[in-house]
Design a protein around this ligand. Structure first.
Ligand code: CP
Length: 339
């Protein structure tokens, strides 16, 4: 395959990248997994620093980016709003433009995470990331925001390619809502649906009334499926949705009313979600799949989104996918941030 030059390219969602560019990342990530500490890769970011700006906490994203920078011969800095003096709706301080233009002079890349409770309307997180990107020449990478989680989507696909083969055309993935105590953003599930549909998978979405995803994303997934000749379906049936699936992706996400009061009402969201107890991925439902893999971006809300038996069962690939975060991020960093 002809190598595409990705130097300097932002990764805010895989939607912004061509399928060939996504495949290039996946192939390099697979090679990097196989030859993890090969000298071919250990100096790729030598003397360079990756800036990681976290508005929200993380287990996987922080650790995998920090280790990715180390394994590529570089360094990663952990930053939080409380360690800076940024202007916000409630506080005086530095503008995004000034902060971004300064960070641009220091780092080889900037990662930003901004999720549900740090914004007051859906889409605000994406606006903030794109504003940083507008003022930075270095690549800006979303480390998860309210709409998308590109590195998670790439890691998911790397897992499916490993377990189902690199041609995912006509494999069926079910994205099903799970009742839970976390009122999560739409980012992981939306990114997954977008990337799976672009790679020719049949995409099935199951959720109870009141939990629709972003209309624009749904429209795009429909269009992708029609272009690749695959199927897209939406159902509110928490059982039949599982029939014949090759991959089951169970995840809680917040309702359409989550920002109705101009800030996330987490308690109300959780209270509402916990009542919908039919919406759990369990062994019985998995029996009607085509021996499906169980996929989840983690952290898993065990006992709500999924039973322990499925999450820790023989078809669960959650830890492989978590590991893949490291490899795909190394590939993205090498392709977009190295000289
Ligand atoms: N999947 C994921 O992004 O995990 P963390 O929130 O722990 O980073």
């Amino acid at each position: 395959m002809v190598k595409i030059n990705l130097k300097g390219k932002d990764l805010i969602t895989t939607r912004d990248w061509e399928v060939e560019e996504i495949l290039q990342v996946l192939e390099l990530a697979e090679e990097m997994q196989e030859k993890r500490f090969s000298p071919e890769f250990t100096c790729v970011l030598q003397n360079k620093s990756f800036l990681m700006f976290f508005y929200n906490p993380s287990v996987r994203t922080r650790q995998s980016f920090e280790i990715a920078a180390t394994e590529l011969g570089g360094h990663a800095l952990f930053l939080e709003p409380k360690t800076m003096r940024l202007k916000s709706k409630k506080t005086a301080g530095e503008t995004i433009e000034d902060a971004a233009k300064v960070m641009d002079r220091y780092g080889c890349g900037l990662g930003i995470r901004i999720l549900e409770d740090k914004i007051s309307t859906y889409g605000e997180g994406e606006k903030i990331i794109r504003e940083y990107a507008r003022h930075c020449d270095i690549p800006v990478v979303s480390m998860a925001h309210d709409k998308y989680h590109p590195c998670q989507g790439l890691a998911d696909i790397m897992g499916y390619r490993r377990h189902l083969g690199s041609d995912l055309k006509n494999k069926t993935i079910l994205h099903t809502w799970g009742h839970g105590a976390l009122a999560r953003s739409h980012c992981s599930v939306q990114e997954s649906m977008l990337i799976c549909s672009r790679l020719g998978m049949n995409v099935r979405l199951a959720h109870p009334e009141g939990y629709s995803l972003d209309e624009e994303v749904i429209g795009e997934v429909k269009k992708n499926c029609s272009e690749t000749g695959s199927k897209f379906t939406i159902t509110d049936d928490p059982v039949n949705a599982y029939k014949g699936a090759d991959v089951v992706y169970s995840r809680n996400w917040m309702s359409e009313q989550a920002y109705a009061g101009e800030e996330l009402n987490k308690e109300k969201e959780v209270e509402k979600a916990l009542k919908l107890t039919d919406w759990i991925c369990d062994e019985k439902k998995m029996e009607i799949t085509d021996n499906a893999l169980f996929s989840h971006p983690m952290p898993v809300d065990r006992g709500h989104e999924v039973t322990d038996g499925v999450a820790s069962g023989s078809r669960s690939i959650i830890y492989d996918i978590a590991e893949n975060r490291l490899h795909v991020q190394k590939a993205v960093m090498a392709l977009t941030m190295s000289d």
